[in-house]
Design a protein around this ligand. Structure first.
Ligand SMILES: Nc1ncnc2c1ncn2[C@@H]1O[C@H](COP(=O)(O)OP(=O)(O)O)[C@@H](O)[C@H]1O
Ligand SMILES: [Mg+2]
Length: 292
């Protein structure tokens, strides 16, 4: 594996080329050399086909084509304003909560176009959960933050509800930290705990896909690592799409990466190949820190 990867690496970037980024890039490459070969064959859970998006007259996405691999982590990277959030917000049709926004093309979920008018949006948003940049607990207790959606979507006796809340908090690697304060307000937790509470609330509904839009940019490094570890544990059971402005984060946790630039998908592929051997000049410029 290491030898094959070495052959694929065209060259090292010198400090002159990359400035202070040089050391960081070396760290990426080192990370891939240590990583074991993983099964990278996977079927598509979501496929964007010729997807265009408009804010009023302003076109924000141009002919996006992308396959999101089932049970894997896909990272979406690219400079600010390139359309990462716009693309993600189409998958659960959250954009429709705002007037004047319009998507054209297809987004196939298990082969069916979720942009069709017949799609049940409540069911769609249960199947495709979303975690935002800023943790957004409801103004309710820790317990109720998780129980709320469960009651809304499923009818179940109290004993089962308690079990499901506990199980979701455990899956979100939060239970041990909050088991003695389940009746305290969710907003009283630390930022990192609040973000894991939002993840617990989302996974309690047994979604198939988790969309995460820069989920760690508002929390500290230790909490960031916890959320990253959690994402790695959850993959397999969930298909995860994570928008991140941190290339270290993309390199650490994702299997596939899509690079967006000015509303277009410039390059898409295995994360380790993209970071070690980018095919497009724009991708290379971005990951070596020349812009963005
Ligand atoms: N609500 C909005 N109304 C009009 N334009 C928007 C709106 N949200 C985003 N945009 C524009 O769409 C483009 C992509 O934005 P966005 O998807 O938020 O980028 P990213 O998440 O990559 O930073 C940008 O040019 C941005 O200005
Ligand atoms: Mg964004």
């Amino acid at each position: 594996m290491t030898a094959a990867l070495d052959e694929k690496m065209p060259r090292r970037f010198t400090d002159e080329e990359t400035g202070e980024e040089g050391a960081k890039i070396e760290a990426f490459l080192h990370h891939f050399q240590e990583e074991d070969e993983e099964d990278t064959v996977s079927s598509a859970k979501i496929s964007a086909r010729n997807l265009n998006f408009y804010y009023g007259d302003q076109q924000a996405l141009f002919d996006n084509n992308l396959d999101i691999a089932e049970g894997r982590i896909t990272a979406i990277i690219g400079p600010s304003g390139c359309g990462k959030s716009t693309h993600l917000r189409i998958y659960n049709r959250i954009f429709q909560l705002y007037g004047n926004q319009r998507a054209e093309g297809e987004v196939l979920l298990d082969g069916k176009n979720l942009l069709d008018s017949g799609t049940n949006l409540i069911e769609l948003r249960r199947r495709i959960g979303m975690i935002f940049q800023k943790p957004t607990p409801f103004p309710l207790s820790v317990f109720e933050n998780v129980a709320y959606g469960l009651r809304l979507h499923f009818k179940m006796p109290k004993s089962e509800l308690n079990g499901r809340v506990e199980s979701a908090l455990k899956k979100a690697a939060l239970f041990d930290e909050v088991k003695d304060k389940l009746d305290k307000p969710g907003v009283a937790l630390s930022g990192g705990q609040q973000q894991r509470l939002c993840i617990a609330r989302t996974i309690a509904l047994e979604p198939e896909i988790l969309l995460m839009d820069e989920p760690t940019s508002a929390i500290d490094p230790v909490a960031t690592r916890k959320v990253e570890e959690l994402a790695e544990e959850l993959k397999g059971n969930f298909t995860i799409v994570i928008v991140t402005h941190s290339m270290q984060q993309a390199a650490r946790i994702s299997d596939f990466t899509a690079f967006f630039y000015k509303g277009k998908i410039i390059e898409y592929g295995l994360t380790k190949e993209m970071f070690t051997n980018p095919k497009q000049k724009q991708t290379e410029d971005y990951i070596t820190g020349r812009f963005g």
